[in-house]
Design a protein around this ligand. Structure first.
Ligand code: PA5
Length: 429
């Protein structure tokens, strides 16, 4: 059984998969032979096979050092240089645990209150830094790194600080590469042919995961399995391509330009953030694209549920439905039954969550008239998260190519940066 299967039986609009078969096979060939738009950035396609095994061994060794010597790992990065690691760590480790080191994120904001609070929090902590930036010049990351590096040097001295800093960046270029060379930091390379939002299967994601106690090889095994499953050019047998075609058809054939990714787990909120960047930055250009948004059920059924059920019908839902969990919890029997819950005693939370899913799906499709794509997914552990990352990467490339869009550039992101540099008086702007 595949780790993820795409169920299109809850679509209200008819998606004619057969009319896309030929196109999908052509695009699949272009992905494999690297002949499509943005083909310089297709390194992620074979990354689960080709990844640098020596680099991974180096990461594991460094992660062991971090795990044995520090209370906190501060990861400085933004966008593709941050979201995947955070998504994986929260999905696999959960939100409430006492595992060491604590993983904290910075460099994803310029908010002074957030940074000042973190500077205070880390004042008395034994912390290491993993600074991640492909370009090495991203303002948010560079500013945070300067501030926290200074704190680290103040806390433990320049020499020890050098040993506590790990930099993930381009193998040759950029300010961070240069700085790391001069300071002698341990560095990890970001392959030149893998863009930020496709980089979670490199040191960008794997080193923070390893520091958080997640086996990076297991994550890569999951991505490898997904690569095998999603490399089939036959649309009828490729679940990622089925998903890509369904969402593309809802957009291109029926004009639904917003997709809501639904999960049933608070630990997957950050996974939703990663997914939003992947699809939003890949497809939202040339005046095209499906706006990606996300929600967590059943939590958000008590806030957004009303809108989803009866508000403007401008979106479709894609639900990641887990049909297995790492752990489960049983509802106890209570002699007095004052809360009236004994009808559930002996039942598990997975059972109840599943009934909530079924009831919601029925309500949203039958009464709400929302198209629903359901991705049936097995348990989300290290293997599962690796699988999901690759599954969506492959689906995203297919989906963008179906619209004739280059999935691997982000020309619009540069405009705000240039304006900000100009306003800040950066030389040359
Ligand atoms: O996907 C992308 O390319 C972006 O989100 C980048 O990852 C983000 O802007 C950070 O860039 P860098 O890694 O160069 O600091």
């Amino acid at each position: 059984m595949k780790y993820v299967t795409t169920d299109l039986t809850h679509l209200l609009h008819k998606v004619d998969l057969s009319s896309y078969k030929e196109r999908v096979a052509e695009i699949d060939k272009a992905i494999k032979e690297k002949t499509g738009k943005g083909n310089d950035f297709l390194g992620w396609v074979d990354q689960p096979v080709d990844y640098d095994k020596q680099e991974l061994a180096k990461m594991k060794e460094a992660a062991e050092y971090v795990r044995s010597n520090y209370d906190v790992l501060l990861v400085c990065g933004i966008g593709g240089s941050y979201l995947g690691a955070r998504a994986a760590i929260e999905a696999v480790n959960g939100l409430h645990h006492s595992k060491k080191p604590e993983i904290i994120f910075a460099g994803q904001t310029l908010n002074p209150d957030y940074v000042a609070e973190l500077l205070d929090y880390l004042k008395d902590k034994k912390f290491a830094i993993n600074v991640i930036s492909k370009s090495g010049t991203t303002t948010e990351t560079a500013v945070a790194f300067r501030l926290f590096r200074e704190l680290l040097e103040k806390n433990i001295g320049a020499e020890m600080a050098r040993k506590s800093i790990f930099a993930t960046t381009d193998a040759k270029n950029g300010a961070l590469r240069k700085l790391s060379g001069i300071e002698g930091y341990t560095t990890f390379n970001l392959p030149a042919d893998i863009g930020g939002r496709y980089s979670v299967q490199t040191a960008v994601g794997l080193f923070p995961m390893a520091c958080a106690g997640i086996d990076p090889e297991e994550v890569m095994r999951g991505s490898l399995a997904a690569r095998e499953d999603t490399s089939n050019p036959n649309l009828d047998e490729n679940e990622a391509y089925k998903y890509a075609v369904a969402r593309h058809s809802l957009y291109a054939d029926y004009g639904t330009a917003c997709e809501m990714l639904i999960t049933y787990s608070p630990s997957l909120v950050q996974f939703g953030e990663w997914w939003k960047q992947l699809f939003g930055e890949s497809e939202g250009k040339d005046g095209q694209g499906i706006y990606p948004t996300s929600a967590t059920f059943t939590t958000d059924l008590h806030s957004l549920g009303q809108f989803i059920q009866q508000g403007t019908n401008s979106f479709f839902e894609t639900t990641v439905h887990q049909n297995a969990y790492v752990r489960d919890v049983e509802i106890p029997y209570d002699q007095n039954d004052l809360d009236g819950l004994n009808y559930l005693s002996g039942k598990t939370l997975s059972y109840i969550n599943d009934k909530a899913f079924q009831g919601t799906l029925k309500a949203h499709t039958e009464a709400g008239k929302r198209d629903n794509i359901v991705l049936e997914c097995r348990k989300i552990d290290a293997f599962g998260i690796g699988y999901l990352f690759y599954f969506f990467e492959r689906a995203c490339a297919m989906s963008a190519y179906l619209s004739g869009i280059n999935p691997f550039d982000q020309p619009g992101v540069e405009i705000y940066k240039k304006n900000m540099f100009h306003l800040l008086g950066k030389p040359g702007y």
